[in-house]
Design a protein around this ligand. Structure first.
Ligand SMILES: [Zn+2]
Length: 466
């Protein structure tokens, strides 16, 4: 018997091997949905809102801090606008959404192209909801990086919207038995309806009020935040210094820093940040870093360079497979790779999961876990990631347990809370095993998120033999 393996978990291992072979897609999915999951530690809060979650809060003045939003429903030409730092001209995007303040600054001609969100007709509303997810075959990486975020416009500057998306995520994660959420957000751009900036203390207050609400506490999902900054902007170094100071002042909630933004923009190369990080670490205690690296379909040394920055975790690590020295160094090591299968597939880093490097990392001892990245954009959840992994890579029970516990072991929550969460996961897993071995019926899933139903319709087919 391997050290640490109980007799029950060995029995479960055999049970799961048989179950996988006999289960229908719906049965396997239901099993993975009910399985206690350690956490989702690669999660962007603004990218993790489903369309209707955005809609509900953006159109509710009483709950959203008093903002009214207008969205672009017509592209009639008024006058030219230049592209922004993301290489996009948001004025040319349907469903580009602005607050009253920005709306009033538009020319009358341009105002005629916008409609108040709450006044959209049914067809326009559906198109608005579709505009913030990747739901069409031609929509891929460019649509995601160059259009989706730009469309959200001023809604990304409203901390009440973030609070709402946070609560909706916590409630959704409770339903699929996720214990911990470590989510990334940016707070420096938050603005009151009149354009006055929020202080970081004010944003922290709104987030912590959300976490203290009865609705949030009822979920039993533990949450911590990473502050993210866009890596290729001209003032990214200064942003990093400010972000460091904000995390330092609110370490009870903010547990790490992340660098985001497409990696094929050379201006955000990892080593750009080394002098700044060294300067910051000379002045105060280190802040844990989880950094996007290797989300690329060509070989480079970004993962090695990112480890040199002091990162403890790598987001995606997709091209690690093409950097043998770093891959060897990471085997059985302390650094974890956060794997996002659906994201990599939809943003076209791989054409098929059959060639994804995840199983090679998992089975050569590179610490990995599964996470969702921007689940609102894919209309998916964490169970979908586990389902795809089991289906494509034939995961064993032991591998599932390791993926789940890695999400907590490598979290930035701090030692005491980490141990408490690990214990909770162990206890819940033990109960889950006993229920499965005793054939206790699995709870019915009321609604699937759309991704899995189009990926594998049999999962959602309630009439098939279950
Ligand atoms: Zn990400």
């Amino acid at each position: 018997m391997p050290a640490g393996a109980s007799n029950t978990s060995l029995v479960m291992s055999d049970w799961f091997r048989d179950f996988k072979q006999q289960a229908t897609p719906a049965q396997l999915y239901d099993f993975l949905h009910a399985m206690p999951k350690g956490g989702d530690i690669h999660h962007h809060l603004s990218g993790s809102g489903m369309g209707d979650w955005w809609w509900d809060i953006a159109t509710n003045l009483n709950k959203n801090g008093g903002y009214t939003y207008y969205t672009k429903t017509d592209l009639s030409l008024c006058r030219g606008y230049g592209t922004n730092e993301f290489g996009t001209n948001p004025q040319l995007l349907l469903f580009h959404t602005v607050s009253t303040l920005s709306y009033e600054k538009l020319s009358t001609c341009e105002q005629d192209n916008y409609t108040a969100l709450s006044e959209l007709n049914q067809k326009q509303k559906q198109a608005f909801l579709n505009s913030i997810k990747l739901d069409k075959p031609h929509e891929g990486r460019d649509e995601f990086f160059q259009a989706h975020w730009q469309r959200m416009g001023d809604m990304l500057q409203n901390p009440y919207i973030y609070g709402h998306l946070l609560l909706k995520n916590m409630q959704a994660y409770q339903r699929e038995n996720v214990l911990y959420l470590e989510t990334q957000l940016q707070i420096s751009q938050m603005r009151y309806p009149d354009g006055t900036p929020y202080t970081s203390d004010e944003v922290v207050q709104i987030l912590s009020d959300t976490l203290k609400s009865d609705a949030a506490k009822k979920t039993n999902v533990t949450v911590r935040f990473q502050l993210a900054l866009v890596r290729f902007l001209p003032d990214a170094e200064q942003q990093l210094e400010k972000t460091w100071a904000t995390v330092n002042a609110h370490r009870e909630l903010f547990v790490g820093i992340n660098l985001v933004g497409r990696e094929d923009n050379d201006k955000g190369y990892p080593l750009r940040f080394l002098p700044t990080l060294r300067k910051l670490r000379a002045k105060s205690e280190a802040i844990p870093l989880s950094i996007h690296a290797g989300e690329s379909d060509e070989p480079n040394t970004h993962i090695k360079d990112t480890l040199l920055l002091g990162a403890d975790r790598i987001g995606h690590g997709f091209n690690l497979i093409e950097d043998p020295d770093t891959l060897l160094m990471m085997r059985n090591g302390p650094y974890l790779v956060e794997i996002n299968l659906i994201s990599n597939l939809l943003l076209e880093y791989t054409n098929s999961l059959d060639t994804h490097p995840f199983p090679e990392y998992l089975r050569t001892g590179v610490p990995v876990t599964l996470s969702t990245d921007d689940r609102g954009m894919w209309s998916s959840n964490l169970t979908d990631e586990y389902y795809l992994a089991v289906k494509h890579f034939n995961l064993s029970w032991e591998e599932l347990v390791a993926l789940n516990s890695n999400a907590i072991k490598h979290s930035f929550i701090g030692e005491e809370k980490r141990q408490a969460l690990l214990l909770k996961l162990e206890q819940q897993t033990e109960d889950f095993i006993n229920e499965r071995l005793n054939n206790t019926p699995l709870p019915n899933i009321e609604n699937h998120f759309p991704f899995i139903c189009s990926y594998d319709p049999q999962v959602c087919n309630k009439t098939s033999k279950r």
